[in-house]
Write a protein that binds this ligand. Structure first.
Ligand SMILES: [Mg+2]
Length: 268
């Protein structure tokens, strides 16, 4: 039975866990103070590839939490890092996506191009056009390897569920008649990269997330402890259906439970 007392490393999803849109989760600052105080290392991992780690650090700072961009892993970075192990620097890649993904790919040594490429790396593009769909489709059809940062079908917003990366990928997949390889959650790759970055082992690492079908499933596949919070996408029935190891209402509830365990352990 997994317990909180053996956890030394955390891989934490952001939206629906640390905040909902611009609304910070209850006891957010205390939660991070607790992690720092107990020397619990963490990586904030998100499938959203439209923003950079610097953007997320700035967002949390506005909520009174100081973290380093190096403690953030976005799916675009994870994708670029994963590919950099298989391809030499200077490999030509076409990016269908936002500037944050382009930046991640160039940082890992890829040369961005629109022809003669070995890779098509696709993600959310808020300025999608027929020309962009056409170009990526023709490149995949002519043999470029098709990679997707993630396959989330929708993005929850104040307006409702908007088209997500998966919706863009579906258009390319249909037109190219090729299935992409995806890197983001629920694939275990992001969790594995986050663990490497922290020098963590699966036995002492937990994933915290609000989406059972990505965060919890991905954690299971990576062989780590899974903690589902009910402050975002999934309800208790979904968390149980995906067999999350632990379920809490929100991070405040998780924090209280964790503190309680430590007090019990330190009193003989
Ligand atoms: Mg989330």
């Amino acid at each position: 039975m997994p317990s909180l007392s053996h956890i030394k490393h955390l891989i934490i999803d952001m939206d629906g866990v640390l905040y909902l849109g611009d609304q910070p989760a209850p006891r957010l600052q205390e939660f991070f103070a607790f992690l720092r105080e107990r020397s619990l290392r963490f990586t904030l991992a998100t499938n959203n590839s439209t923003r950079t780690p610097q953007d997320y650090a700035a967002k949390l700072e506005r909520m009174g939490v100081k973290i380093s961009p190096s403690e953030v892993l976005v799916s675009g970075q994870a994708t670029a890092r994963f590919l950099a192990r298989e391809y030499p620097r200077g490999t030509r890649a076409h990016v269908f996506g936002m500037p944050a993904l382009k930046q991640a790919m160039t940082e890992e040594g890829f040369v961005l191009a629109d022809e003669d490429v070995q890779l098509v790396v696709a993600s959310m593009d808020r300025e999608v056009t027929f020309e962009k769909l056409k170009r990526a489709t023709l490149l995949i059809r002519s043999g470029a390897r098709f990679i997707a940062t993630n396959l989330d079908p929708t993005n929850p917003t104040e307006e409702g569920l908007l088209p997500g990366t998966g919706a863009m990928i579906a258009a390319l997949e249909t037109a190219s008649e090729t299935k992409p390889q995806a890197i983001g959650k629920p694939e275990p790759t992001m969790y594995q990269l986050a663990m490497e970055q922290m020098g963590a082992s699966p036995e002492t690492t937990a994933a915290i997330g609000d989406r059972a079908d990505t965060d919890i499933l991905g954690g299971k596949r990576a062989g780590i402890t899974t903690i589902c919070v009910l402050s975002g996408s999934s309800d208790r029935a979904e968390a149980e259906a995906f067999e999350a190891d632990m379920i809490f209402d929100d991070i405040a509830h998780l924090l209280e439970t964790w503190q309680h365990i430590l007090i019990k352990e330190s009193t003989p």
